[in-house]
Design a protein around this ligand. Structure first.
Ligand code: RIB
Length: 311
């Protein structure tokens, strides 16, 4: 069965430079070549799911500038239905300034522009696309009331709601209780719970806390340490695939795409987390956000032949 996914969220143009290290406050660093790439957590997740074979509808906002036109063309090229992306004459398209250091880690500043004008009404206009999906993917580069409206509509139609709480911000209980699966990384988990998380037992305790805060399940994405699932029955770790990272940008978005497509195709949750881990790992092996997102063939190859970090 082909997965049907709806994504409500951001589209950004990523302005990217590699540098030996991420500059400290007050420091200037000479970097490498300047790259312009399609990004934005919402659009990345939409493209990730489409490359893995899903039918995807994207709900968002761009400006009427050249960046916006290019982002729409990229979505179309990836096979994402972008008819529900509003072209907003009163705002600039979102832009992300990204520095990627030699270790593959990055730092990102987002100028949200049109993304922060995505309204609950825009989402209400997308109700039939949300209702016909098996899974809706949400992030936090859009206004919180818009994210909440999308989750409410999805819940009303029994559509699985996955929220990637990035960039992190405190979340109200009335939003968390609408979420089936929450997918924070380590720093997002720390911000959401208010706890330090370093050791395995601290990570596990934080995952339980996220469930107590309202989410039905939490899947913590832990980079090289894999992913930790916390659900009613307990917790389980899923090892990361062993790859050599070049750029971690959009690894979390690729995880979301893999997880959603597997669930949409009816795979059991543990297998869907493996798909997420595989998609996330592959995305770290290439530069950029959308250019790094894997094809279905690459994903299946890694799932069959890849080694995990502890094996
Ligand atoms: O998750 C990666 C994305 O975060 C980048 O593409 C950038 O646009 C920011 O939204």
């Amino acid at each position: 069965m082909r997965a049907q996914i709806a994504v409500v969220g951001s589209l950004n143009t990523d302005l990217v430079v590699r540098a030996p290290h991420i500059p400290r406050p007050g420091e200037t660093v000479i970097g490498g070549d300047f790259l312009t790439m399609p990004g934005g957590k919402g659009a990345n997740q939409a493209v990730a799911a489409a490359r893995l074979g899903a039918s995807v509808a994207m709900v968002g906002r761009v400006g009427t500038d050249g960046f916006g036109q290019q982002l729409l063309a990229n979505l179309a090229a990836a096979g994402v239905d972008h008819r529900l992306v509003v072209e907003d004459a009163d705002a600039a398209t979102g832009v992300a300034l990204i520095v990627v250091e030699d270790s593959g880690q990055n730092s990102i500043v987002v100028a949200s522009g049109a993304n922060m004008r995505l309204s609950p009404n825009d989402v209400a206009a997308a109700e039939s696309a949300i209702a016909s999906a098996q899974v809706v993917l949400l992030q936090l580069e859009s206004p919180l009331e818009t994210v909440r409206r999308a989750a409410e509509i999805a819940r009303a139609h029994n559509v699985t709601v996955i929220l990637n709480p990035a960039p992190a911000q405190p979340l109200p209980a009335d939003l968390l209780t609408l979420i089936d699966i929450l997918t924070p990384n380590e720093s997002e988990t720390a911000l959401l719970t208010g706890d330090q998380i370093q050791t395995p037992s601290e990570i596990e305790a934080a995952a339980y806390k996220l469930r107590r805060m309202g989410a039905r399940m939490a899947i913590l994405t832990l980079g090289e340490r894999g992913a930790l699932l916390a659900e009613a029955d307990g917790t389980e770790i899923f090892s990361a695939f062993d790859v050599t990272p070049v750029d971690t940008t959009a690894a979390g978005d690729a995880f979301m795409g893999g997880l959603a497509v597997a669930l949409g195709e009816g795979q059991p949750l543990p297998e869907a987390i493996r798909w997420g881990n595989a998609a996330g790992a592959l995305a770290t092996t290439r530069m950029g956000a959308q250019p790094s997102l894997p094809s279905r063939e690459e994903l299946e190859h890694l799932l069959r032949h890849g080694k995990t970090r502890e094996s």
